[in-house]
Design a protein around this ligand. Structure first.
Ligand code: DAH
Length: 340
């Protein structure tokens, strides 16, 4: 009987090992424990043994049964684990990772910096929370002057500095003008200051946070024609060769004379349409730096002259791409942002 037990173990082991899928294992189970299975036949033989040998052989058969059941269990779990592995179709085309891109405001900033750097303007960075002095006082706007009302300024609760006054969220990038004069000390100055600005305004053409760029050039013998040439260079490079600029007289406290700069409308190409003022769109402000501003930056206004300009980045993008509402820029709607 001992040899038979060994034989059954060997046969059962072979059947279990050769099973490739769960179905094979089910078949092996039947062949071992089924009606005419190996174990069933073996167990039946127990009754042919003399009474005294039965307990010992019975124990052996029980051990054998346990061992076979254990092996079946192990094999089953290894087969099912293998089956649940994710199947990979290596012939399927790969899934491409989508590549993002810069926000359209960042793209326009990069482009603007490139255009002006070809004219020798270098990018400087000045504070977004600045003293009243740099945002207004040094720009020929004394305290309580009504011109300040044009900038709907956010004031910051801070100590009042005897020289510089209180602090504001910069309502324009012109705060960089006198700061740049203080940095360079001796002209020439060719600065581009791009920064976030803040004003208490929101409608189709205003957001409370927006970007401006400010240009400042100071040298000997600087004239309005240099300013006009600079704008034309920017306009043809940024908007395209068919667009041109004009200067309209205006008033700013920090420039004399002062202008508003218009560019021909991209929709009607200067003919006049619903979007524009008789063919022109307003770009921003500009002018010849006021002698008092040069003096505030300790630059001799009898020797040096300069021109300055400042306008909104979002506005220039809207004018280039004919976006009707600049609030779209900051709504983070991917369907809008993906288009640029
Ligand atoms: N800072 C002005 C504004 O925000 C724009 C401006 C006008 C800037 C004239 C200048 C300038 O540099 O010369 O409305």
């Amino acid at each position: 009987m001992d040899t038979q037990i060994k034989k059954v173990l060997e046969l059962a082991r072979a059947k279990i090992n050769s099973a490739k899928v769960v179905k094979d294992l089910d078949q092996a189970y039947i062949e071992i424990f089924g009606k005419d299975g190996l174990m069933t036949v073996l167990t039946k033989q127990l009754s042919n043994l003399p009474q005294k040998d039965r307990p010992k052989t019975g124990t052996l058969i029980n051990q054998l049964k346990k061992e076979i059941e254990e092996r079946l269990k192990k094999k089953r779990s290894s087969l099912t684990a293998r089956r649940s592995l994710p199947s990979i179709d290596i012939t399927a085309p790969g899934k491409k990772q989508e590549i993002g891109h810069l926000h359209l405001v960042s793209q326009a900033i990069e482009e603007t910096v490139k255009i002006f750097s070809r004219l020798g303007f270098s990018l400087q960075s000045y504070p977004e929370v600045d003293w009243d002095w740099y945002a207004f006082g040094s720009l020929n706007m004394p305290k309580n002057h009504p011109a300040r009302d044009d900038w709907e300024t956010f004031f910051v609760k801070s100590e009042i500095n005897p020289k510089y006054g209180s602090q504001v969220l910069t309502p324009h990038t012109s705060n960089g003008q006198v700061r740049e004069m203080e940095r360079v000390k001796i002209p020439p100055v060719r600065m581009l200051n791009i920064s976030r600005c803040y004003r208490r305004q929101i409608d189709v053409s205003h957001t409370p946070m927006f970007h401006q760029f400010e240009g400042l050039l100071i040298d000997e013998d600087v004239s309005i024609s240099h300013l006009k040439g600079t704008f034309d260079y920017f306009t043809t490079n940024f908007f395209g060769p068919s667009r041109t600029t004009r200067l309209r007289p205006h008033h700013f406290r920090f420039t004399e004379p002062s202008f508003e700069v218009d560019v021909t409308c991209g929709v009607c190409q200067g003919l006049g349409c619903r979007l524009c003022k008789a063919g022109w769109l307003e770009l921003g402000g500009a002018g010849m730096v006021h002698p008092k501003v040069l003096s505030a930056g300790e630059i001799d206004p009898t020797r040096y002259k300069g021109f300055a300009f400042g306008w909104g980045i979002e506005r220039t993008i809207a004018m280039k791409t004919n976006i009707p509402d600049i609030r779209f820029f900051y709504q983070n709607d991917i369907r809008f942002l993906e288009q640029f």
